[in-house]
Design a protein around this ligand. Structure first.
Ligand code: FNR
Length: 182
């Protein structure tokens, strides 16, 4: 099985990228993951979403098309999902209902420095995924509140409790993908 992982944060010391890396460590054998970025994707403009799309868009679309599923870890910005992630999803979402995201199983996580762990951003992300007919893994939200307390400065997850929850979450997601989509 092949997954792609997308962090909603481009920040070098991102807690969400660290969460993705920690999740990748917990995946069962036989699952490969490539970490993709939306850093080079321009702001969505339908005028340039024709035959000749920006290279970064083409690359991300191809990566999603060839993947069996998505892992997304996102921060919450001002109670919402970050603009960069939404923008990338908008690019990926065309043609409507027949895009590379349609029927793609997606596991969502969020890490935040605040006490709500990015739960509000997850609610919005699920709405966007529903709009593009992607399949959000219907588990309770995987959130990491006060994430700066469970990762080291170098992004290493040190909290055994979070590690155990993460292990269960990603392995149950893989079992769900295998049962429903393979
Ligand atoms: C935040 N942060 C934040 N946290 C939260 O729980 N709810 C929120 O609404 C916001 N809003 C917000 C807006 C903006 C513009 C920034 C930069 C930050 C704090 C956020 O949780 C924290 O910065 C995380 O560390 C961001 O994720 P990464 O970059 O570490 O992955």
């Amino acid at each position: 099985m092949k997954l792609i992982a997308i962090s909603g944060s481009l920040r070098k010391g991102s807690l969400n990228t660290a969460l993705l890396q920690a999740a990748i460590q917990e995946l069962p054998e036989g699952v490969s993951v490539s970490l993709e970025s939306f850093a080079d994707i321009p702001v969505y403009n339908e005028d340039i979403d024709g035959e000749d799309k920006p290279d970064a868009v083409v690359r991300l679309k191809e990566a999603v098309a060839s993947a069996d599923g998505l892992l997304i870890a996102t921060p919450e910005y001002n109670y919402a999902l970050p603009g960069g992630l939404k923008n990338a999803l908008d690019w990926l979402s065309r043609p409507a209902f027949k895009s590379v995201l349609a029927h793609k199983p997606a596991a969502i996580m969020s890490a935040s420095k605040g006490p709500t762990g990015g739960a509000r951003a997850q609610g919005q992300l699920k709405l966007v995924l529903a709009a593009v007919l992607a399949e959000a893994y219907p588990a309770p939200e995987f959130i990491v509140p006060q994430a700066q307390q469970v990762f080291t400065e170098d992004g290493v997850l040190t909290d055994d409790n979070v590690k155990t929850r993460l292990h269960r979450f990603v392995n149950e997601y893989i079992a769900w993908v295998e049962a429903r989509f393979k």
